[in-house]
Write a protein that binds this ligand. Structure first.
Ligand code: ADP
Length: 312
């Protein structure tokens, strides 16, 4: 047993979207002005921020969320989901005049293609003061943010985190380009292959993951993890690189795999692990997430991740 297993974890603050995914399956997607009859409908909790907060909490870190929800049924349901995970939702604002974030997803059965209309709603109302208050209240050891909140809220969050001495991690998603203004302000960056390509403007694959991490670290963050799907993740920290291949698993649904990586990575750091250990744990968590359908249900607990690592 490593020292990290004994240590009580310090808090993680996760900033990002909390959404509700409304998923309709249809044989063929409707054209403009057309109505088609679908075969099934389901509602799932989602949002990368919420997924990552759940991953951090299931990895054993005391976790708080910075976000926004509307004063509506979806908002109440999503808050209850997070509360049930033991996540501190006191910094999730409830907005009376803005709806909760929703993604309308049409899955076309004939082609397997998705058509998604996403309305961020209350996530776009996360305010700079709200971010500063969350840092003052939670006193996080680690801050993990996506690019879903407004840039001014992220700037305030990162500044407050820096002043407090928190480790600041940015997961440059959903649109990596939005990370550019922050690269000098954050210590750690997590990206997938596509996001890495968007930031360094050249192709990234499992074959050059460490080179990509090096190129990204030259843009500011001294620690960079590039997740590589089935190939695991490459990481650079203080100029040293490593690659952690993913275990071979039976993949059912890759939704939320990147979020499972991020949340487990942050929780491991909060426990005092070094970034290499955190990346190894993140890879195992991401891989386990692919073996279960759906984002929230697939996010693994720390004991399952540790068992997988012990088997290898
Ligand atoms: P994202 O979901 O953000 O696109 P990735 O696809 O890189 O991110 O996946 C994140 C992590 O999930 C990987 O580092 C890996 O550990 C795991 N993972 C993803 N796809 C697979 C797969 N096909 N087999 C095993 N592990 C996977």
């Amino acid at each position: 047993m490593s020292a990290g297993d004994e240590a009580a974890s310090r808090p993680v603050l996760v900033a990002g979207a909390i959404n509700t995914d409304l998923v309709a399956r249809v044989e063929k997607a409707p054209e403009a002005g057309e109505t088609v009859t679908g075969s099934s409908f389901a509602i799932f909790g989602g949002g990368k921020g919420a997924n990552q907060a759940i991953a951090s909490a299931r990895s054993g870190a005391p976790t708080a969320m910075l976000g926004g929800l509307g004063d509506d049924d979806f908002g109440r349901e999503r808050r209850a989901d997070l509360d049930a995970e033991g996540i501190d939702t006191a910094s999730v604002a409830r907005r009376e005049s803005t709806p909760s974030g929703v993604a309308l997803i049409v899955v076309e059965e004939a082609t397997g293609q998705n058509r998604i209309s996403y309305v961020p709603g209350a996530t776009r109302t996360i305010a700079a003061d709200q971010a500063r208050d969350a840092v003052a209240r939670v006193q996080p050891a680690v801050i993990l943010a996506t690019l879903e909140p407004p840039p001014e809220a992220l700037a305030a969050l990162f500044e407050a985190g820096k002043q407090r001495g928190s480790v600041v991690i940015l997961n440059a998603t959903p649109e990596a380009i939005g990370a550019r203004p922050f690269l000098g302000q954050i210590q750690m960056l997590i990206v997938n292959e596509t996001e890495a390509e968007d930031l360094i403007d050249s192709p990234v694959s499992a074959a050059n993951g460490e080179d990509a991490a090096l190129a990204l670290s030259r843009l500011g963050p001294k620690t960079v993890a590039v997740t590589l799907g089935a190939a695991g993740a490459a990481i650079i920290h203080d100029g040293e690189t490593a690659t952690f291949p993913a275990p071979r698993v039976e993949v059912v649904d890759t939704t939320g795999a990147g979020d499972a990586f991020c949340g487990a990575f942050a929780a491991e750091l909060a426990r005092g692990a070094d970034p290499f250990t955190a990346a190894k744990v993140g890879v195992a968590a991401g891989s386990l997430a692919t073996t279960v359908p759906g984002a929230y249900p697939g996010i693994p607990r720390r004991d399952a991740v540790q068992r997988l690592l012990a088997e290898r």
